[in-house]
Design a protein around this ligand. Structure first.
Ligand code: XMP
Length: 517
């Protein structure tokens, strides 16, 4: 792989994604990796990420100078650039001329490796206080800015490159080209990787590992568990049993997508547990959001546990132990948890609870090297229905936390109908890819006066909460065109009895969270 050394902040994952966009497989490693650990991975190239510290700060992560003489192409960005300078005898100084945000490049060497084929005029995204003032021996400066006399350099004979800015962010107008120039011309990598190649690798690996044992998978209706199940099914066929707990809190048509479309298109053997009444009973009279979450999580794990016992029992009766559990862990989870291997706890889609000790399985996590967009690609190649592959993020507790007030069958039906209309109209307006997710929230505990036909109504409001986001950590409310909002509003109030008002949530996150509960 191409290894991205993570110097902190959030840049490393984005860099890895950009490298994969250039069709070169890439992984993130912590900066605490020693040179030996790096070399063990036989990296085709190494990228040093940006980071929050100054190379002079106490305890700032240093770069082992030997890395620059290991014969491996290296590309330093921002902090990584300065660390290269420091490791090879140049000077990084506090010039008092920091640059933050969009910055114009000057003196760009378009005959250099990184910038060949690019325009002289480029804007790049900067974020630095210190600047490189003395080039280390062997390097040539290839760009400058007003605040950074040496903003980029290279030593093509040793295949070492660096830029002061962040080529991975979209604000750097030719950032992706700079990165590709490094990968192709600097490191000589052709770029023949794509997410689909994971399928064959994983299928072979899973087959070998599972052998003739049985495998269990909990399906939530979301992208990750569906694609993971489809991949494992491709490897071991009917040795896999999927369990889908229908808690009755999914949106219109979603349970059917799992129970019918997913099964029809993948051939997966599916056990459906209809637990709708059980969840409704457990939620009766409960309005506190955290209590709802706890109840839903608890009931889910109990129902899943029982279903798992049944599957395990039946298989054992046939002489086939169930030894494995599939989980849809993705690469960002792996990186965030420090890259460790998973332990045999079920990550239910409620992120709670675990299975009892006598129900422990070895984990199969076939998506743990992939980013979300890559998982979607794999899903499409495996024939998972598009409606599932392109599903927006949906919380495990489902509509249970989108009803402010009590979760009842009536309230669920009302919210489902309103949500269905909003989703349909947003899709029809071509807005799906602009929106990260659009919760529709029923304020079951609120009534307001309205007038419909000739009569006064006393109904409930629904809230539209469309947000744009990269990762759900922060979000902005999406500026949906007024006419689309108008259509949604008119249709909901006309078609959904008991809703007489549609309101738009115009709060970013922070301060608001995406969900209302
Ligand atoms: P918030 O509301 O915290 O949501 O801004 C961030 C993202 O997480 C989802 N979400 C949940 N997902 N269980 C989940 O599996 C939960 O309890 C839960 N609460 C929020 C939310 O939909 C958004 O994508």
């Amino acid at each position: 792989p191409v290894l991205v050394v993570d110097y902190g902040a959030q840049y490393a994952q984005l860099i890895a994604r950009r490298i994969r966009e250039a069709k070169v497989y890439s992984e993130v490693v912590p900066h605490t990796h020693t040179l030996e650990q790096l070399l063990e991975r036989e990296p085709l190239a190494i990228v040093l990420s940006g980071g929050p510290s100054s190379v002079y700060a106490e305890g700032a992560p240093a770069l082992d100078p030997a890395l620059l003489d290991a014969g491996i192409p290296v590309f330093g960005m921002c902090y990584g650039f300065q660390a290269m300078v420091q490791a090879s005898g140049g000077t990084v100084a506090r010039t008092g001329m920091g640059e933050y945000g969009a910055t114009r490049l000057i003196d760009l060497a378009t005959d250099s490796t990184l910038f060949s084929g690019q325009p002289v005029e480029q804007s790049v995204w900067m974020s630095h206080g210190d600047a490189v003032t003395d080039l280390p021996a062997g390097f040539t400066a290839t760009a400058a800015t007003g605040g950074a006399p040496i903003a980029a350099f290279e030593d093509p004979s040793r295949r070492l490159y660096g830029v002061q800015w962040h080529p991975e962010v979209l604000h750097s107008t030719f950032g992706q080209q700079v990165l590709e120039n490094f990968l192709r011309q600097g490191a000589g990598l052709t770029g023949d990787w794509d997410a689909g190649s994971v399928i064959e690798e994983q299928v072979a690996a899973i087959r070998e590992r599972v052998s003739d044992k049985r495998v269990l998978c909990g399906l939530s209706g979301g992208v990750d568990s569906s694609v993971a199940a489809a991949l494992v099914h491709k490897a071991v066929g009917d040795q896999l049993t999927c369990v889908f707990v229908d808690h009755g809190l999914l949106r219109q048509g979603e349970a059917e997508q799992v129970e019918e479309d997913f099964v029809a298109s993948t051939g997966v053997r599916l056990v459906v547990v209809d637990a709708k009444d059980r969840f409704l009973d457990a939620l009766a009279g409960v309005t506190d959001p955290e209590e709802k979450r706890k109840i839903i999580g608890r009931e889910f794990i109990r129902v899943f546990e029982q279903a798992a016992r049944d599957v395990v029992g039946d298989a054992a009766a046939d002489g086939h132990p169930v030894e494995f559990l599939v989980q849809g862990t993705l690469y960002p989870d792996v990186v965030e948890s420090g890259g460790g291997t998973g332990t045999a706890n079920i990550k239910s889609h409620h992120n709670v609870g675990g299975l009892p000790d006598d129900l422990q399985f070895a984990l199969i996590e076939p998506l743990r090297d992939l980013f979300k967009d890559e998982v979607r690609k794999v899903g499409l190649e495996l024939g998972v229905p598009e409606a599932i592959v392109w599903r927006q993020p949906f919380p495990g507790p489902g509509l249970g936390i989108r009803i402010v007030g009590e979760v009842t069958a009536d309230n669920l039906a009302t919210l489902r109908a309103a949500d269905e209309i909003a989703r349909h109209e947003l899709t029809a307006a071509g807005l799906d890819r602009d929106i990260w997710q659009c919760p529709v929230v029923l304020l079951a505990g609120v009534r307001s006066v309205g007038v419909q036909g000739d009569g006064r109504t006393y109904g409930h409001p629904v809230v539209l909460r469309p947000v744009s986001s990269e990762d759900a950590m922060t979000a902005d409310w999406t500026r949906i065109p007024y006419d689309v909002l108008a259509t949604i509003s008119t249709r909901i109030t006309n078609e959904v009895a008991s809703v007489n008002r549609v309101v738009l949530d115009v709060t970013s996150k922070p301060p608001g969270t995406i969900e209302w509960e």
